[in-house]
Design a protein around this ligand. Structure first.
Ligand code: SMO
Length: 758
């Protein structure tokens, strides 16, 4: 175990390495790429939720001056693909999309595309495409879609079941027989949108050398995999470059318009830019999964959980994308958090004629957390046990067998997080319930765990290389992706620490599939651990090479040498030292290998969840339903925080997105037409900065994960999960009202309070 307080760069509050470029407007995003001769691509979208194209006449559009291509389903390759195909995991992931379709499956589905000399001409051309549709009966609700005789969204999916994911451990029947208290309930969760500052964008350029795409993506290598398949190109002829990305949160986890833009470029011989409008980003990309979570849970009198049966019905929308994986992930959440001797999960993932759902920070976790964390509270009250005590009793701890990997958990801070959070919010010392005549105070809490990566379901690995410059500075190359979450800084800190360099001596080059080594992508809260270990191995490799050469030069033993302050120094005799620059110069003439490259390839050996406990004190105006968060405490175990300031930022950001999910965010789909009704910032509200509670306390619970780089593990996703249930539990504490449906809007709370009173 490394003593983190002895370190110079890791564990320190460092500003983002790219912060200045972003602050000064110098950072280049996908949409900023303007290539010579570039065309603008626009997409014709279906006005119907379910329809078949009877005829399509593109002749008028083609004749419009400045139009270079008009394409429909007739033109695109007849290759079915899945934009979220993660290197064939799971192997049976449905391939249910063409680049353009003959059949519309949601309002916004992509039916035709235009490439033209300007955006205006492209838009004009879209209006000239004449489409005759035959409307088909549509279905929007997953429970309706499962009924016999419901409209069929895809051939071959019986009752519109896209996937049914079972997970089982122990004996659920036996578990319920042992229970003294059994609760059963149903919770409804809604669609949340990512609302990234940067809408999806890409610039594709096909030349005789192959296809290059600058893409706002979380996963450049996965995007290459999908794009190459969709266009039948070999991997080496597709290059995906990830420039700066303005937020992902899961929403840029898949390939989006890279295959389409690539095809348009191939067809026209010109570069093509596709930038979605804010409206398209809202109504035609992805959302968090809405659906129903049904939970049956059994406890012993002393509060020990003996059985949990969860049945989710997730609305996948019109295409599979990542839905089967997310449905599985949702069911795997409780077993990372609680000791569950008997657990059964049935995850139904259902096709409907609405905007497809996809990855969103938490990946199935917030939905199940909203249900299970409320049931824990209800059970605690019925059993007369303190709610924090209930969690302390049942949460996993170090040494417990990790049900996924069958090896023991080696770091787990949930017990400490619970104790710390209770202390900070004043759990055992609560203030009076009445704030004023109409305002009541309530306290709530909830906990969460999130697996770091998808190991062992799929092999997770990541690579890095370090090029050494003549002056001793380094260029670090990684395949992993910074989307704004701070990865480039964390990777640079790890390399700088291991090599004894100041952070400013590290320049980082991420995410270019032709240049940087491989990484799976930024998802599953894994980059700090998996990519971080890749960087750490590369830095160790380079350090080893440098100390080996320095040992020859200085005539000392290699094991006595360390790297610090841009030098190789002997631990035994500090007069024996050489600067990196001088060593490199010496190597030129004296070494058989005059140049050094560090390389690291890391494969995740196990899985190590990150844990969080959230506590809230809130006030409710019983006459309006308005909620005022008076204090929010989040206590998280991320192992070693490589950069505590960034981790706190992630935690506060999670509270922000979690509060939006809890209280107001909801992509509203018209019940008659299937159209998204609030695809803009006027009608889709997120919490503005001025309305965020001032009093959010983000507390790091120190633990050390032996498999992580300098003891670090995952961070970003878990923070969102306990927010909605902690608020729901606090609403109950204040008013006696249980809200089982998201979002918990003022109206919903107000109505529930009224009904409760009468
Ligand atoms: S929601 Mo993340 O891209 O696993």
């Amino acid at each position: 175990m490394i003593n983190v307080s002895d370190l110079k760069t890791v564990g320190k509050r460092m500003p983002k390495v790219e912060g200045m470029a972003k602050a000064k407007g110098e950072a280049i995003y996908a949409v900023d790429y303007d290539l010579p001769g570039m065309l603008y691509g626009k997409i014709l979208r279906s006005p119907y939720a379910h329809a078949k194209v009877v005829s399509m006449d593109t002749s008028a559009a083609e004749k419009l001056s400045g139009v270079r291509a008009v394409i429909t389903f007739k033109d695109v390759p007849k290759i079915l693909f899945n934009p979220s195909n993660r290197y064939n995991f799971p192997p049976n992931i449905p391939q249910d999309q063409y680049i353009l379709s003959e059949k519309a499956r949601f309002v916004g589905d992509e039916m035709a595309a235009v490439a033209a000399e300007s955006e205006e001409i492209a838009e004009e051309a879209l209006k000239l495409i004449k489409v005759e549709y035959e409307e088909l009966p549509a279905v929007f609700d997953p429970e309706e879609a499962m009924k016999p005789g419901a409209p069929k969204v895809h051939e071959g999916a019986e009752n519109n079941v896209l996937a049914l994911v079972p997970i089982e451990q122990g004996d659920i029947e036996k578990g319920f027989k042992e229970a003294d208290l059994i609760l059963e309930d149903e919770f409804r969760v809604t669609k949340q949108h990512h609302v990234c500052i940067e809408p999806h964008a890409c610039v594709a350029s096909y030349t005789s050398e192959g296809l290059t795409v600058w893409s706002s993506t979380q996963c450049p290598f996965q995007t290459r995999y999908v794009t190459a398949k969709a266009l039948s190109l070999p991997d080496n002829k597709v290059r995906i470059i990830k420039p700066f990305v303005g937020g992902g949160f899961g929403g840029k986890d898949e390939a989006f318009h890279e295959p389409l833009a690539g095809f348009l470029s191939l067809k026209t011989g010109r570069p093509v830019k596709i930038e979605l409008t804010r409206e398209e980003d809202f109504n035609a990309t992805r959302t968090r999964h809405s659906g129903v979570v049904r939970v049956k849970i059994g406890f012993k009198k002393d509060g020990t959980i003996v059985a949990l049966h969860m049945r989710n019905i997730f609305n996948a929308g019109a295409y599979s994308a990542a839905s089967p994986r997310i449905t599985r992930a949702s069911g795997s959440r409780p077993i990372g958090l609680y000791r569950l001797p008997n657990y059964k999960y049935e995850g139904y993932c259902i096709y409907t004629n609405v905007i497809p759902a996809g990855a969103y920070r938490g990946y199935g976790n917030p939905q199940q957390g909203f249900a299970t964390e409320q049931l824990f509270d209800i059970a605690a009250e019925k059993l007369g046990i303190d709610k924090v005590e209930m969690r302390l009793k049942n949460a996993v701890r170090v040494g417990d067998i990790n049900p996924l990997t069958k090896s023991p958990f080696q770091s787990c801070g949930i017990q400490d997080a619970l104790k710390k959070g209770a202390e900070k919010i004043g759990w055992h010392n609560k203030k009076p319930k009445a704030i004023s005549k109409t305002k009541l105070r309530g306290y709530g809490m909830a906990i969460g765990a999130h697996w770091t990566s998808i190991t062992p379901l799929a092999s997770e690995y990541s690579c890095a290389t370090i090029n050494l410059n003549t002056d001793g500075t380094i260029n670090l190359m990684i395949g992993a992706s910074d989307l704004g979450q701070g990865l480039d800084t964390v990777m640079s800190q790890i390399a700088a620490e291991e090599l004894g360099l100041p952070l400013s001596d590290v320049s980082i080059y991420p995410g270019d599939t032709a240049v940087t080594p491989w990484d799976g992508g930024a998802y599953s809260s894994k980059s700090t651990h998996v990519a971080g270990n890749g960087v750490w191995l590369a830095a160790k490799d380079l350090r080893n090479k440098l100390t080996k050469e320095a040992a020859r030069m200085l005539n000392v033993k290699q094991e006595d040498l360390v790297c610090r302050d841009r030098k190789v120094v002997s631990k035994v005799d500090s007069s024996k030292s050489v600067s990196f620059a001088d060593l490199i110069s010496w190597m030129k003439n004296n070494s058989p290998e005059p140049y050094s490259i560090g390389r690291g390839i890391f494969k995740m050996p196990t899985n190590c969840p990150t844990y969080i406990a959230n506590f809230v004190e809130l006030g409710i105006d019983t006459e309006t339903g308005e909620i005022d968060v008076l204090k929010y405490v989040a206590c998280q175990d991320v192992g070693t925080a490589i950069n505590p300031m960034q981790v706190e930022g992630q935690m506060e950001g999670s509270v922000h997105q979690g509060m939006g999910y809890a209280l107001m965010e909801d992509i509203i789909v018209d019940k008659e037409t299937g159209e998204v009704l609030n695809a803009n910032f006027v009608d889709y509200k997120i919490i503005p900065a001025k309305d965020m509670p001032r009093n959010i306390e983000a507390e790091l619970i120190p633990t050390y994960e032996p498999t992580g780089p300098f003891g670090a593990k995952g961070c970003s996703e878990v923070g969102l999960t306990p927010v909605a249930p902690s608020i729901a539990n606090a609403i109950y504490d204040a008013t006696g009202v249980r809200i089982k449906e998201l979002p918990m809007t003022k109206e919903r709370i107000f109505t529930a309070i009224r009904q409760h009173k009468t």
